[in-house]
Write a new protein. Sequence first.
Length: 451
Amino acid sequence: MIFAFIFFFIVFSSIFYITYVCIFVFFKTKVEYIKANLYIIIPIYCVFCWAMYYVVIGDFFKYVAYDFTNYYYCGKQVLKDPMNLYNPNIINEGLSYGYKYLPSFAIFIGIPISFIPIEWGYRIFYIVNILFGVVFTILFNQVLRLMNLKNKIHRFLFLIVISNGWLVLQLYDNNQLKYLIGLIILFVIKRELQFKANDLKKDLKYYTIHYNLLIFIVGMAPYFIFLLLIYLFHDIPKKVLIKTINIKKYCIIIASFIAQNFLFVLYPRLIFEFYAMYLRELKRVDSKLKHFYVEYLIDNFIFLSNTQKSFISITMNIILYIIVLILVFNKRMELTEKFGIYSVSTLVLNYIAYRISLILFPLICLLFIPYLNQDKKGLDFIKKNKTIFIALISILLLYLTPNKNALQYPYFEGVYLFCLFYAIILVSCVLILYIKHEKFLKNNNNKKSYF
């Protein structure tokens, strides 16, 4: 009996000890994992909190955002009568102000959503949008690592900036697709950095994947066609523009565009109606001069006629097109630098900046990585990188500053002037970094690009 008791005691104690060790190791591993990845967990949690904040303060269970109704009813319109997709006289709830995207958007986004009742589709899409925000944050972190930003604290500084503020809340308020567009762009950048780091050769399959992804985001946001052009000619020297391999790339882009927008082939009239819609949109915004909240300054402090506004707006857009051409044919810059400079230029010169700033600012952040002095610590790190810190603070303030339609979010009259002030600081920081760098290269007789 005693031996049996001792035997069971030993067996029970062994099982208890093994279980205890397993649980301890498991939780210790989890705790260690959490501690090691806290720098990325906190920004992801912030994105989630902004999404939940809108659920609490907004009419989430009663209201369906206009942008989502546009996504929803364009799919129904394609199934019902694709020939009238761009007809401004068609009043079909979400399309009452006209459809503004390429047919691919209605086909690949609108149609799948349109099969679900709109209230359920809105809430399912909202959950998917939260996942897009999480993946966007993770991809941005991976891009930072590939750009040799090794210290987790340093990456945290950039991650916390792009995951907070009114811009994030506004996306969830409207249930928009900006995170999807952004994560596709970051995915392309990530693959470019990976191939360069591993010195891998890019084949036509590689380019086909990237071209199709970029053409897809052009369908969702036509103004990103400039990124497609920059990417297309990034690896093509000027001397071999008509080489066989490059002609194949042009053919892939044309074929991919036609495949994604086959409604243009089936109904050629849609091409002209899309162009007419685009001209109407340009005419509408040119007369308002909305270039990153400049409209407020013009309307309240400076009087300009509509003709003068249109002239200024057209001039600014021409300057932007010239910058894009320079980026297209510049072979010294890396892709991240080109995308970043395009984003800064759009912020200053194009009316669309206030709509897509959630995508532009992370791309602008990538401009600062090569200039970051990572060797210093503490106050020395801040002193050596004060220009970058000022730029990041200005971006964070732009994220936090709402527009006049803010939903239960701190807002006061004249806040747009602060936005202009922050934007000027940001652009000034970029210029200062470039000027200092050029002086450094000149002093060291080094013509090679820093990037």
